[in-house]
Design a protein around this ligand. Structure first.
Ligand code: FAD
Ligand code: NAP
Length: 341
């Protein structure tokens, strides 16, 4: 079942990093996964799960077992007068699910249009865009424990969702394989249009529907973000930093131009892209790696850079932002394996 011939992961990660995986397994359904988790071989080795590879930076060849989730299925499992509950297999393309919802006028996912990757990865970093996070529509997550193969249901509150974070990125990192996610959508969509330039992109003089929101988000994203096929990248490389009110007050004495947004627990969220831009990185290239010229949060692999080169470049950016503003910007992209530095 496990492919023991080394494969290149270049086409399985959107950064286009050419590393090799010695043991890989393409999982098409739950039964296959159950069988694979039972084997002695799997029990002895480390397992890493991969969806669309759009949030990962591979830094070297690996002899861990790579499980690529490719199970499929979008099924309405329950509905009432106001909501519909849709169970989606982990290997489904996230945006195909959003498209399904919008076509059926089920509201809640439209602001998350065109985010790359799989449904199974959506809870891992609690994907978010344009004022919506996937936690707002997740009902429950069904996952298998890698060690025992046992299935477990995580209700929304069990997932400990936070800004670009969840239990699957922390306490339970690399311990569970998400099999299905059940989302709760609304039959009476409430539109969230307050974010960034979304409203300006919407048609005027007509009733806005969720299809208009999806189309607007797609237009903005297609205009601003580099296509991974031509310019390999993993979206925002860094998270937006969150600082205390006091820190922010001092910071803006010297840098009054900085934008800010209210964050959890009375703190302040800064825009990492703006900090990187002010430090002069936008559009800069070095050793085949660079910062996208329209979006300073996105690092692009312009040539055939390896993962370590990308990582070193990202650290230079972190260092310069810290030196200028005293702010640490954390990586959003997951580095694998994480013991590389
Ligand atoms: P992968 O990159 O394959 O994996 C990411 C992590 O999830 C890894 O830790 C992996 O082990 C784990 N994982 C994957 N599948 C499973 C599973 N079935 N069970 C358990 N663990 C699993 N993110 C946003 O939040 N908002 C955005 O607007 C956004 N825009 C992007 C734009 C571009 C151009 C790109 C390239 C990326 C963007 N991203 C964005 C980041 C990325 O798309 C999301 O993080 C996405 O959810 C990753 O999905 P994936 O299937 O590619 O996951
Ligand atoms: P933008 O609209 O230019 O805004 C810049 C930053 O300001 C964003 O990081 C966003 O924070 C924040 N922001 C804007 N309006 C806000 C509001 N009303 N309230 C709170 N925060 C606000 O951002 P962009 O780069 O074009 O991206 C648009 C959306 O897509 C953002 O939500 C962004 O997170 C998402 N996106 C994510 C990725 C990724 O890989 N993670 C890649 C591309 C786009 P937040 O980032 O916290 O939302």
């Amino acid at each position: 079942m496990i492919q023991t011939e080394a494969i290149s992961l270049k086409e399985y990660n959107t950064f286009g990093i050419d590393v090799k995986a010695l043991y890989s397994f393409f999982c098409k359904n739950e039964y296959e996964l159950k069988e694979i988790l039972k084997t002695d071989f799997t029990k002895k080795k480390k397992v890493f799960v991969l969806g669309g590879g759009s949030n990962v930076l591979f830094t070297k060849d690996t002899d861990d077992i790579l499980i690529l989730m490719q199970n499929k299925g979008i099924e309405i499992v329950r509905e009432d007068d106001t909501n519909v509950f849709i169970k989606v297999a982990a290997g489904e393309v996230w945006d195909d699910f959003v498209d399904f919802c919008v076509k059926n006028n089920y509201g809640g996912a439209e602001n998350l249009s065109l985010i790359p990757g799989t449904a199974g990865a959506s809870p891992v970093q609690n994907i978010g865009a344009y004022g919506v996070e996937v936690k707002d529509i997740i009902f429950e997550v069904e996952a298998a424990e890698i060690k025992s193969g046992k299935k477990k249901i995580f209700k929304n509150r069990d997932c400990k969702f936070a800004y670009r974070n969840s239990i699957f990125k922390n306490e339970l990192k690399n311990q569970y394989i998400i099999l299905n996610v059940t989302y709760k959508l609304s039959k009476f969509p409430e539109l969230k249009l307050f974010y960034g330039n979304l409203r300006e992109e919407l048609p005027s003089g007509k009733n806005i529907e969720i299809k208009d929101v999806r189309d607007a988000v797609i237009r903005i994203r297609e205009d601003k973000l580099p296509k991974t096929e031509n310019l390999p990248n993993a979206g925002s490389f860094f998270k937006n930093p969150v600082v205390s009110q006091d820190f922010f007050r001092n910071l803006t004495k010297k840098n009054p131009e900085l934008v800010s947004f209210p964050a959890e627990k009375g703190k302040v969220k800064l825009a990492a892209g703006q900090l990187i831009d002010i430090c002069g990185w936008k559009g800069k290239k070095e050793n085949g790696v660079g910062v996208h010229d329209k979006q300073a949060l996105v690092i692009v692999n312009y040539g055939n850079a390896d993962g370590k080169t990308v990582l070193k470049f990202s650290e230079k950016i972190q260092k310069s932002v810290f030196e200028k503003f005293g702010v640490k910007i954390e990586r959003e992209v997951l580095v694998y394996p994480d013991d590389v530095i």
